[in-house]
Design a protein around this ligand. Structure first.
Ligand code: APR
Length: 311
């Protein structure tokens, strides 16, 4: 299978490197408007793959024709969030980039499954879904896998085991909903493992996970995002039917409609094969509703843009 990664920045290049190092697919195409950067990174990776004995080939390009016949296209193109910049600040810049990318995917890889990573994630996934006209199973936003990893990390600092499951739904933003009722240590729900104060701290650290990295690096994270993208890609390629939290187009599930937001979905060779409805507590249901509502202003901006550009 050929996989294309749009955007050869920190997230795109790290994703590309994991895809080749793990030999997940036969060919990776790395596309960026800045061809030199893509080329430089790809040469470095190809030299690494010789040492690793990896067989996946890499092609760098700025020509969308090269993504032809890709089975999966990962969109990481965009402007990353800087300290003090909200994800919503990025909206106006990134929607134009998304339009250009999605129209080219539609043209050159019309049968692909699209994984959206660019922020603001749920809004960009909504835009990609609308711009592409693809079925809702084929446009997947990668946010919840990363947020859940951040929650698992916060838990791992407090227990002496790796038997941890964490689940975060809702928007990939400060309005995310870390689920205490669906996160476990040794199969025990978090609220039975920790006291209320510690549970609150875990939620706070999860929500702050991305911003903390931005504060240190002056740019957003890339290793964990790349690992989360690879998890999603492997679930599709190996048809694992894994339950993964992803931004998905909803039609009534979790009492939400006409939005894309993080929910647990079953991922297999067809992309999102099912939205999985887990029982939430009253408090979690309320937080999820607030999370959905937090999208409305940005969605109105996207809708207006799409209307003005005749989509
Ligand atoms: N077409 C192709 N590539 C583009 C375009 C475009 N129209 N516009 C920008 N790019 C490229 C840039 O040249 C850059 O190489 O996208 C890349 C973005 O890389 P970085 O700035 O390093 O950003 P990164 O940290 O990789 O994050 C990318 O993922 O997690 C999200 O918030 C993050 O939206 C951001 C995206």
């Amino acid at each position: 299978m050929k996989i294309s990664v749009i955007g050869a920045g920190n997230v795109g290049a790290s994703t590309c490197y994991l895809l080749i190092a793990k030999e997940i697919c036969s060919e990776v195409v790395l596309l960026d408007i800045n061809r030199q950067v893509a080329q430089g990174k790809a040469i470095d990776m190809m030299q690494a793959s010789i040492t690793l004995g990896a067989k996946t080939s890499i092609k760098t390009t700025h020509d969308y024709q090269d993504i032809e016949n890709s089975g999966i296209v990962v969109i990481t193109a965009g402007v990353p969030r800087k300290e003090g910049m909200s994800r919503e600040d990025l909206l106006h810049i990134n929607i134009k980039i998304m339009e250009e990318v999605v129209l080219n995917i539609k043209k050159y890889a019309p049968n692909s499954i699209v994984i959206v990573v660019s922020n603001p994630l749920d809004i960009m996934n909504y835009a990609a879904f609308k711009l592409s006209g693809f079925g809702k199973n084929r446009v997947i936003g990668m946010g919840g896998i990363l947020d859940s990893a951040r929650m698992a990390y916060a838990i791992s600092k407090r227990v002496d085991t790796k038997e941890i499951k964490a689940l975060v739904i809702g928007t990939h933003s400060e309005h995310m909903v870390p689920l205490l009722s669906q996160s476990f240590v040794y199969n025990q729900a978090l609220k039975d493992v920790f006291d209320e104060k510690t549970c609150g701290e875990i939620i706070q650290e999860t929500k702050n996970g991305g911003a903390q990295i931005v504060k240190f690096l002056q740019t957003s994270a890339y290793y964990a995002p790349a690992a989360s993208i690879c998890t999603l890609v492997e679930a599709i390629l190996n048809d694992t039917k894994s339950l993964l939290p992803c931004s998905a187009w909803l039609e009534g599930e979790y009492n939400a409609s006409s939005v894309s937001i993080g929910v647990p979905v079953v991922v297999g060779r067809n992309g999102i094969e099912k939205v999985f409805e887990l029982p939430l507590t009253k408090e979690e249901t309320k937080s999820f509703k607030e999370s959905v509502n937090s999208l409305s202003d940005s969605l109105a901006v996207v809708d207006k843009y799409l209307q003005n550009t005749n989509y």
